[in-house]
Design a protein around this ligand. Sequence first.
Ligand code: ACO
Length: 378
Amino acid sequence: MTDWTTDSNEALSISLVRSDKDKESLAEDETYEDFSPSFTYPIYGEDEKIYGYNDLVIDLRFASGSLAPYLSVNYSEKLPSSSTVDDVEGTLSPFLPPGYYEDEAAFLMRIEEDATTFKPHGDLIHTYTRPSPSALGKGKGVAPLSPEHKDAVVYEVYHATWKTSGFREYHRRMQLFILLYIEAGSYINEEEDQWEFVTLFEKRKRRDTPDVATYHFIGYSSLYNFYHFPEKVRMRLSQFVILPPYQRQGHGSELYNAIYAHIVLRPDVAELTVEDPAEAFEDLRDRNDLKMLLSNAQFMQEGFGSDGVGGGVSHGGGKVIKGKSRGVNVNAGRVGRGKGKMGPPAEKGWVEKWRKDLKIAGRQFHRLVEMLIVLHLD
Ligand code: ACO
């Protein structure tokens, strides 16, 4: 018997649609279609239920690069209109940019147009490569190829602000992913000038026309800059999302490291902080910050009498020794220094000097030093 109630997370089906020509260069198992949201409560309410339909499918598609959206609501049966039957499209549409497509043929035409004309907005700040999945299987852990290599897929990271031409409209298309994937995520205020954005795209060559680059959206981060006495800003990473088809392949780490490198280079930014990180993001941040410290020979030599090599941030899964490091008091103890090894120098200000130079927020830097102490305890 039908109870006419549907789980809104299950009903909503999200796709990133590539043009037919772009699909030709995908591996057989590479798909960017029909994935689910983690949350729909900001849209359909706390209990994430939709009432009044049978076999409900909310088909929400985006052009893979330009993110032009298309929405179609399908079902096999609907209860006769009454005040208890939910308005599926009417509830979702205020969260979408105005003018989304409802006509499939028009949407598919837009995909073909955008495929070769769409370019990411803003300034390119980082590029990396992976072997294409069709050539070598999913690229994680495989040595990067030069961008010119025929089997390389290039990934590009861009920096933008509200002033970047066309970016405001682009942001209106991508912001829905914040609601769908970040718990307690919400739309930001477009009137606030302090926002900055970093976006990540896959850049592919077409088989028949390798000189034509096509771009596909992977994820983004929003950062807010606060005044930092006397003449700098503190950058707070506020939102960060990698879309499900691209998760657990190292793209989040690349985006985070690109943001960090950008901030270290910017003379106007004093430090990078993170707003209320989710646990998975905290792990990502710890792993990447630790790697960065372990590869800083001077820091490791001065602080731990080690060249950092073999310091060992486990990447085999599990957590970054978080639990173990609790209770080691960096400010007071200088653990293990008596044996001429392990803890950072007792000189006042050593930790703070490095923290400022590396532009890492206080709490995070002290946690990292604690983790390194634990890693270097005999
Ligand atoms: N659970 C636990 N740890 C995770 C997860 C997860 N689901 N995903 C990534 N990590 C950690 C792991 O330590 C991982 O290392 P490992 O793969 O060797 O175990 C490390 O992060 C690096 O993984 P990446 O492949 O680089 O990360 P990914 O590209 O998947 O991005 C992210 C991770 C950003 C959390 C992504 O899964 C995502 O966007 N999730 C949904 C939205 C979200 O939670 N965003 C963060 C909100 S917090 C904020 O915005 C400030």
